[in-house]
Ligand binder design. Structure first.
Ligand code: AMP
Ligand code: MN
Ligand code: MN
Ligand code: MN
Length: 290
C-alpha cells in the first residue's frame, strides 16, 4: 500500500471530520503525502495544510469539481490548485450557488414520497449551507431511523429515477479543467470506475478532458475494484494521462476506504504527484543553530 492519498473530504463539504481531524487521522495512519479535495470548495485547505505540516506530512491544495458532461455527472479533481486564483474561486462559487435550491426541491420531492422534514434535517448536519449535498440528506435519513444505512438511502431515494433525485446542471467540463489549470493545478478525472459509461463513452470523456487541458486520471481509488484499477491504468497509458491515487474517504464507518492509504499504482503508471513537486507544501526546515 502507498502512503499517498490525494482525494478525501472534510466537513467543509460532505465529510464528517474537520480538516484538522481528517489530516490527523491520515497522518496517524502513516500517510506522507495528502491532498484535501472537498466538493466545489477550497475553504478547508488552509487549516488542512497547517495540520499536515505540523504532523510532518506533505500537502497539496486540492478540490473536487462537480461537472455535467452530456447527461452524466462527472467529478474532476484539481491538485496543486491556488485557492486564491480569481477564476477558480468564482467558478467554484457559481457551482455552490445552485445547491440550496436543489436541496429544497429534493426536500419537496421526498415529502411527496411520504418523508417530510428532510431538508431541515439535512441542513442541520451541514456546516456550510451552500455545500448542502445528497450525503447530508442520506445521513439525516439514517439518523432519524427512516433508512438503515447511507448506501441504501442512495439506492432507494437519491439516484436517478428515485423519488428524491433532482437533476442538476453543474459546471461545464472545459470550464472546470480551465479553472484548475489557470490556478496552476493539474486536473484529474475522479473515480472513472463509478460512471455508468461503457468503453466508447469513457474514451470520449478522456478525449474531451484532454482537449480542455486535463492531464490526470484516478487509478487507485476507494471507489475502484482491482479490475477497475488495471483497466484504467491501460486507458491512462494509451492516452498518456498521469495516474492519481485517493481514498475518497468521507466519514469513519460510512463504508469505502479509510483515509491515508491507497493501492500501489501498477508499474506502467506515471504518478501525477511527481509532476507537482513545486506545488507541494512542506514543513519549513528547522532554523540552523548559530
Ligand atoms: P452531490 O454533490 O450533492 O450530488 O452529492 C454527491 C456525493 O454523494 C458524492 O460525493 C458521494 O459522497 C455521495 N454519493 C453518491 N453516490 C453515493 C452512493 N451510491 N453511496 C454513498 N454515497 C454516495
Ligand atoms: Mn462526497
Ligand atoms: Mn466524487
Ligand atoms: Mn470525493
Amino acid at each position: 500500500m502507498a502512503s499517498v492519498d490525494l482525494h478525501f473530504h472534510s466537513r467543509t463539504s460532505d465529510g464528517a471530520l474537520t480538516p484538522t481531524e481528517v489530516i490527523a487521522r491520515a497522518a496517524e495512519r502513516g500517510a506522507t503525502l495528502l491532498a484535501l479535495t472537498d466538493h466545489d470548495s477550497t475553504d478547508g485547505l488552509a487549516e488542512a495544510a497547517a495540520a499536515a505540516t505540523e504532523r510532518g506530512a506533505a500537502f497539496l491544495n486540492g478540490v473536487e469539481v462537480s461537472v455535467t458532461w452530456g447527461k452524466h455527472t462527472v467529478h474532476i479533481v484539481g491538485l496543486g490548485v491556488d485557492p486564491a486564483h480569481p477564476a477558480l474561486a468564482a467558478g467554484l462559487k457559481s457551482i455552490r450557488d445552485g445547491r440550496v435550491e436543489r436541496a429544497r426541491q429534493m426536500g419537496e420531492a421526498l415529502a411527496q414520497a411520504g418523508i417530510p422534514g428532510v431538508f431541515d434535517g439535512a441542513m442541520a448536519l451541514c456546516d456550510n449551507p451552500d455545500m448542502i449535498s445528497r450525503t447530508h440528506f442520506a445521513r439525516h435519513l439514517v439518523a432519524c431511523g427512516a433508512v438503515k444505512d447511507v448506501r441504501t438511502v442512495f439506492r432507494k431515494y437519491l439516484t436517478p429515477g428515485k423519488p428524491g433525485y433532482v437533476a442538476h446542471q453543474w459546471a461545464e467540463l472545459a470550464d472546470a479543467v480551465g479553472w484548475i489549470t489557470a490556478s496552476g493545478g493539474m486536473a484529474v478525472i475522479a473515480h472513472p470506475g463509478r460512471y455508468d459509461m461503457g468503453r466508447t463513452l469513457i474514451e470520449r470523456l478522456i478525449l474531451d478532458f484532454k482537449a480542455a487541458g486535463g492531464q490526470g486520471i484516478e487509478i487507485a481509488s476507494g471507489s475502484h475494484s482491482l479490475d477497475d484499477m488495471h483497466k484504467f491504468a491501460l486507458h491512462a497509458d494509451r492516452h498518456q494521462l498521469y495516474a492519481s491515487a485517493g481514498s475518497d474517504f468521507h466519514a469513519p464507518g460510512e463504508g469505502g476506504r479509510d483515509v491515508g492509504f491507497t493501492e500501489e499504482l501498477p508499474p506502467i503508471c506515471q504518478p501525477i504527484w511527481r509532476e507537482l513537486d513545486a506545488r507541494i507544501i512542506r514543513a519549513a526546515a528547522p532554523a540552523q543553530q548559530a
